[in-house]
Ligand binder design. Structure first.
Ligand code: HEM
Length: 520
């Protein structure tokens, strides 16, 4: 016994203390972040004190989605700078500063997504959002032309048609308090379906089924990310996966069937000898799927690959736009003077006949652009993105990230960091006017992420959202029906609120009403 005690006191404990300099022993051995010249890392990057002696391993244990969201905001408030956490064998660099965000987002070695993304793989396959390396590079190159200016101009027609539908639906509930996301979700799903797949949702036989089940993508991800015991593939497959399988099948079959039907039509056109350019510009309606089918003809992608890209677009383009729109409409309702300024700008810059609304006109709406930016700053639709350092990586500030460490870029905290935005909790679109943006760090506002893995759909979605807001403001005054102080956010892949976000729409008198005649 005395021998064992001596061994513990003079060998084991000194060994563990020594080991603890390189690994966080009690947090189950994640490797520590080092500094290139051996200086104390804490001066550049403090470690978040854990709630137990096991580092941060049990910090989020038992927290629900609302509490987890608050946990990260609390960390940002007390740390006031980027920080590191060690939990359950994982090293996590939490970024809330623009300098560090720039170092990560521009580092070509740090473009592999974080371990959380594998949780969404059963839903999306290895599409553009999740894939890495050569596969990602090839797909990004293949899909970039689908967002070319000339193609966005064609999509603009769909944005207008769907905006008009939205306005007509609002007429039925004029003056009532309505849940904004119910309407914005329908709009953005219809838009992405038509632009990605080239079909109208309402004309698809099982469109309604798809609409009901599309939420499975996010539900399955959220459940798994919330419970660490489900992080293990075997445990997840055994205990949980079967619950989501039927809904996933409905969603996957829907897009797969459309792809098959479209392939038949596309092959006929291809065999008739049309070039890609001719197909794009002569076709009545171009869809992103056409670009993928063209690549398939060239042997660059197969059916499974097309399915994963189409599902990725639908997922990425649907609720991101819907939530951003929801918050934008909420903010318009909350700040009537700013709403009036947006409305007056529309009257001044936009042709009264909205059937002519094009990209050039939308680009003149400078104040609306600031309004959108401010809305996306305060309510960052994608509050967090993650990367993995596949190999040991040295950053320009001297920090050395160990291989397999994870990086969490907290876009929400970056956007509310008082270092870059004075009074960050105050809604003020004027802060984005050119004269007020001088000197602001370019990585302080990154709602679409930045660098190589930025959002491929950002121009598309800004046009989509602005088109809808122009149509709405020309027809309605938006009145508030929610107190922003009471909003409770939930952590997740896309920001959500626990409470319903509502507003009222009151018809504007005659002037500025969009002419339905043009679309009949
Ligand atoms: C307001 C709307 C949107 C927001 C806030 C948004 C935000 C983002 C962010 C933050 C990322 C980086 C994700 C990461 O690194 O994990 C991203 C990536 C992506 N987004 Fe968007 N997005 C929006 C709309 C769209 C739309 C409409 C589409 C498609 C039509 C789209 C397609 C994608 C794709 C495919 C990626 C992955 C790009 C890559 O890794 O190469 N997004 N988006």
């Amino acid at each position: 016994m005395w021998f064992f005690s001596l061994f513990v006191a003079f060998v084991l404990i000194p060994f563990l203390i020594h080991l603890n300099k390189t690994y966080h022993v009690l947090a189950f051995f994640p490797k520590r972040i080092r500094n290139v010249n051996g200086e104390n890392v804490e001066r550049i990057l403090p470690t978040l004190p854990g709630t137990t002696i096991f580092g941060n391993t049990f910090d989020t244990l038992g927290l629900d989605f609302v509490q987890t969201f608050k946990f990260f905001r609390h960390n940002a408030a007390i740390m006031k700078t980027s920080y590191v956490t060690y939990m359950g064998g994982k090293t996590l660099l939490n970024v809330i500063d623009a300098d560090l965000a720039e170092m990560i987002m521009t580092n070509t070695k740090l473009i592999t997504k974080g371990f959380f993304y594998k949780f969404i793989q059963p839903a999306l396959g290895e599409g553009l959002l999740i894939s890495a390396g050569e596969k990602w590079f090839g797909r990004r190159k293949m899909l970039t032309p689908a967002f070319h200016f000339n193609i966005l101009m064609q999509f603009q027609e769909i944005f207008k048609e769907e905006s008009l539908k939205f306005v007509k639906q609002l007429q039925n509930s004029e003056g009532e308090e309505i849940e904004l996301d119910k309407h914005t979700q329908k709009f953005s799903l219809d838009v992405i379906c038509e632009t990605a797949l080239g079909v109208k949702f309402d004309e698809c036989l099982n469109g309604e089924q798809y609409r009901k089940n599309i939420y499975v993508f996010e539900e399955s991800f959220n459940k798994r990310s919330q419970y660490p015991y489900l992080w293990n593939d075997f445990v997840y497959k055994t205990l949980e996966e079967y619950k989501y399988r039927p809904a996933l099948k409905i969603v996957h079959d829907f897009s797969s069937d459309i792809i098959k039907k479209k392939r038949q039509i596309f092959t006929q056109e291809f065999q008739s000898g049309q070039t890609h350019e001719e197909q794009i510009y002569q076709k009545k309606r171009y869809a992103m799927l056409d670009t993928l089918l063209r690549a398939e003809q060239e042997g660059l992608i197969d059916h499974a690959g097309i399915c994963e890209e189409v599902d990725t677009f639908t997922f990425e383009g649907f609720d991101t736009a819907s939530m951003s729109l929801m918050f934008c409409l909420m903010n318009l309702s909350l700040y009537p003077e700013m709403q009036q300024r947006c409305y007056e700008e529309i009257l001044e810059e936009i042709n009264p006949d909205l059937s002519t609304l094009d990209i050039a006109q939308l680009n003149k709406l400078k104040y609306l652009d600031c309004f959108f930016k401010e809305s996306m700053r305060m309510y960052s639709t994608v509050p967090l993105v993650m990367r993995t350092a596949v190999e040991e990586t040295q950053l320009p500030n001297g920090l050395i990230l160990p291989a397999n460490s994870s990086i969490m870029l907290h876009i929400f905290d970056l956007h509310r960091n008082p270092k870059y935005f004075a009074k960050p909790d105050v809604f003020n679109p004027d802060r984005f006017l050119p004269e007020n943006s001088v000197g602001r760090h370019p990585y302080a506002f990154v709602p679409f992420s930045a660098g190589q893995r930025n959002c491929i759909g950002q121009k598309y979605t800004m046009l989509e959202m602005k088109t809808l807001v122009v149509f709405i403001l020309k027809s309605f005054k938006i009145l508030p029906a929610v107190n922003p102080e009471t909003l409770q956010f939930k952590s997740g892949i896309i920001i959500r609120t626990k409470n319903d976000v509502k507003a009222k729409f009151i018809k504007r008198p005659i002037f500025g009403y969009p002419s339905p005649r043009v679309y009949m």
